[in-house]
Design a protein around this ligand. Structure first.
Ligand SMILES: [Zn+2]
Length: 654
């Protein structure tokens, strides 16, 4: 067995047959990338596995719920008004069209795997036709600025979200074309994109959008069409950023990342979703143009975000006021903003960085965000959502609005998050694995299968696993190749020990750079069993994270756990509970809780700290009766009852 280190191989061009049809991110033939995504028909999630369950719930509940709410909240009516077909007041936020576009994108990915969903197909056909009718003669398409404020068109780039909405339209069109669901939407998108090139292109207006998004979307539209001016415009928008073109605004230019040229930025700043979407655009343009300064800057900013400003859940953004990153280590658990869209953006960004570099740290971070920052936003019924995702909900919590809700809500006045969840979940199978000239790489473990053309032949890997509840992953290779190829399996950074067996026999398979690489001429039916050790882990934060000093978080496998009031004895106040570090801690399989297969039992006590808010000298807590605590996966919190919760648990000091 030899080892291959693909992150150090020279950049490759797309192997034939891998990109048609393509998934959510599909580098072009000349791109500089380490790994290549599979097409959406080359990876499948088994509905029995957790990720497959999420995808099925998305199709059966979240997506129809989004469609219903687009009608109910008036987003569809806005477009009808723009088409001159009804005369109603504009409803919702001025960027309400983006929710339509995101839902269309989700529907396209879903129809790509489930073409028989007639209701969803009707939604796509009707909405695409409506968008075509609402589009202006010159290609412009935005219901707010068509119906409400035609004189304001292109007048307020810091605020208008016109290019942001255009970006989501382009991404919907790319999804609809790649899945063959609606090539017609590409015509609408290109008419608008051509208008953007004409207005903002090389000799055009020097402006950027206050909310990045169009950059990554234009790069994807270029990848779909091969039309270079779209990529050039994406690059131009990046190049123009940091010159103060957006003005100071309410929160200053760092809020929308216009304070410094993107290649020179050293810290993530401002609105977290904008920052992360901008980074995604930087990676896309960097990969397509070979601009290493863009990629280097993106990796540098990723390090700042992940090493100094991300929550233990992988969530981004700690400030409510401007939905923004805080100072380094400013990570309050109870006041976490942690917008769902920022977590989705993190998945998008990490996937792009993984493709660009092949570095396992991006797959690790993508997994962390998916399980602990995206998944908590959706209720078990798939029809209720968090906008912000606190890591602690206190006893006596009072909500300061939708963005600090104590429970998931069915919809929001700013409904950016639910359709964003829908488009990620509908395309989730696209994030499992990648291919390279000489092999297949599996990054996320889930029951399902992946196919690829490797070493000139079609191969398939069937995956069976209870992950993330168990660490055993069973893979069966089929397809016949006459030459060796490499099956690469990620060993997550949280995993300290694992074993590998091939056809039942143990093999030595040292992980290098986060991956086990198994190279051989694979006989059809060969089985590989990877057993990842999955003990419960105590996680502590850097001491500069003052907000959680003296606390630990619990994790097992990729999942972060939390305590909920629902699991405490009556009368116990969650804030008074302490973890006993000397007590045994065990993962327990619960047959009686079908939605929570594995809980963690640990020893704790209820501390008595007295009533004084402040005391002179060191406060001494009187330890109370020991009790057994039950921690549940954080992504499942708030599904049984509304009530206090905490991820970070104070450790008993006496
Ligand atoms: Zn959002």
């Amino acid at each position: 067995m030899t080892e291959q280190k693909f992150s150090e191989t020279s950049p490759v061009t797309s192997p034939a047959g891998l990109r048609d049809p393509a998934g959510p991110v599909s580098p072009g033939p000349g791109a500089v990338a380490a790994l290549w995504p599979l097409g959406p028909d080359q990876a499948r999630l088994d509905p029995g596995g957790l990720l497959g369950q999420w995808q099925r719930r998305n199709a059966e509940d979240t997506l129809p719920h989004c469609v219903d709410n687009l009608h109910r909240a008036g987003n569809i009516g806005n477009l009808r008004a723009a088409a001159g077909e009804q005369d109603t007041a504009f409803a919702g936020m001025w960027f309400a069209d983006s929710d339509v576009h995101k839902t269309l994108e989700a529907a396209a990915w879903e129809l790509g795997t489930s073409p028989g969903d007639e209701a969803l197909r009707s939604f796509v056909e009707d909405t695409v036709a409506l968008l075509a009718r609402a589009q202006q003669a010159d290609g412009y398409l935005n219901s707010y600025f068509t119906v409400v404020a035609p004189d304001e068109r292109w007048r307020k780039p810091d605020w208008s979200h016109e290019l942001y909405c255009a970006g989501h339209l382009f991404q919907a069109a790319v999804a609809a074309a790649r899945t063959g669901v609606s090539p017609e939407l590409v015509t609408v998108a290109r008419r608008f994109a051509d208008l953007l090139v004409e207005r903002f292109g090389p000799d055009g207006v020097e402006e950027v959008c206050g909310h990045p998004e169009v950059e990554t979307a234009l790069a994807e539209l270029y990848r779909l069409t091969g039309h270079r001016p779209y990529l050039d415009l994406a690059r131009r928008f990046l190049d123009l950023r940091g010159r103060g073109l957006l003005g100071h605004g309410r929160f200053g230019p760092a809020y929308y990342q216009d304070h410094v040229p993107v290649r020179e930025a050293r810290e993530v700043t401002g609105h977290a979703v904008r920052q992360l979407y901008l980074l995604a655009g930087m990676v896309d343009v960097g990969v397509e143009t070979g601009d290493h300064m863009l990629l280097d800057a993106a990796e540098r900013l990723w390090e700042d975000a992940v090493h100094r400003r991300a929550y233990v859940t992988g969530a981004h953004g700690s400030r409510h006021r401007d939905e923004a990153y805080g100072d380094p280590y400013e990570l309050p658990a109870d006041r976490a903003y942690a917008e769902t869209c920022a977590a989705i953006a993190s998945v998008h960004l990490n996937w792009r960085l993984l493709l660009a570099t092949g570095r396992a740290r991006y797959a690790d971070e993508m997994e962390r965000a998916l399980y602990n920052a995206v998944a908590p936003a959706v209720s078990s019924d798939g029809r209720h959502f968090f906008y912000s995702n606190p890591l602690q909900l206190r006893t006596g919590h009072t909500s300061s609005g939708e963005e600090a809700a104590a429970r998931r809500l069915p919809w929001y006045s700013c409904a950016c998050c639910p359709p964003n969840i829908a488009r990620l979940m509908a395309s989730l199978h696209g994030y499992l694995a990648t291919a390279h000239d000489d092999g297949l790489q599996i990054h996320l473990y889930a029951s399902g299968s992946v196919d690829a053309v490797v070493a000139g032949a079609a191969v398939s890997v069937d995956v069976r696993t209870e992950y993330p509840w168990e660490g055993r992953i069973e893979l069966t290779v089929s397809g016949e190749t006459a030459v060796p190829w490499t099956l690469s399996l990620r060993v997550p950074a949280w995993c300290d020990a694992y074993t590998v067996r091939i056809d039942g026999g143990p093999v030595m398979a040292p992980a290098r750079d986060g991956y086990i690489r198994l190279t051989r001429v694979w006989a059809p039916g060969t089985t590989v069993v990877l057993d990842l050790d999955m003990p419960v882990r105590h996680v502590t934060a850097h001491p500069r994270v003052d907000a959680v000093r003296g606390c630990v978080a619990l994790a097992r496998g990729p999942l972060v756990y939390c305590l909920e009031q629902a699991d405490l004895p009556p009368g116990t106040v969650l804030e008074d509970v302490r973890l006993d570090p000397a007590a045994p801690i065990t993962a327990i399989h619960r047959q009686d809780l079908p939605d929570i297969p594995v809980v963690i039992n640990l020893g704790g006590q209820v501390a008595h700290a007295g009533d004084s808010l402040y005391v002179t000298g060191r406060r001494r807590e009187r330890p109370g009766t020991p009790l057994t605590l039950t921690a549940v996966p954080y992504f499942l919190w708030g599904n049984r009852s509304e009530g206090p919760m905490r991820v970070w648990i104070p450790v008993a000091t006496s």
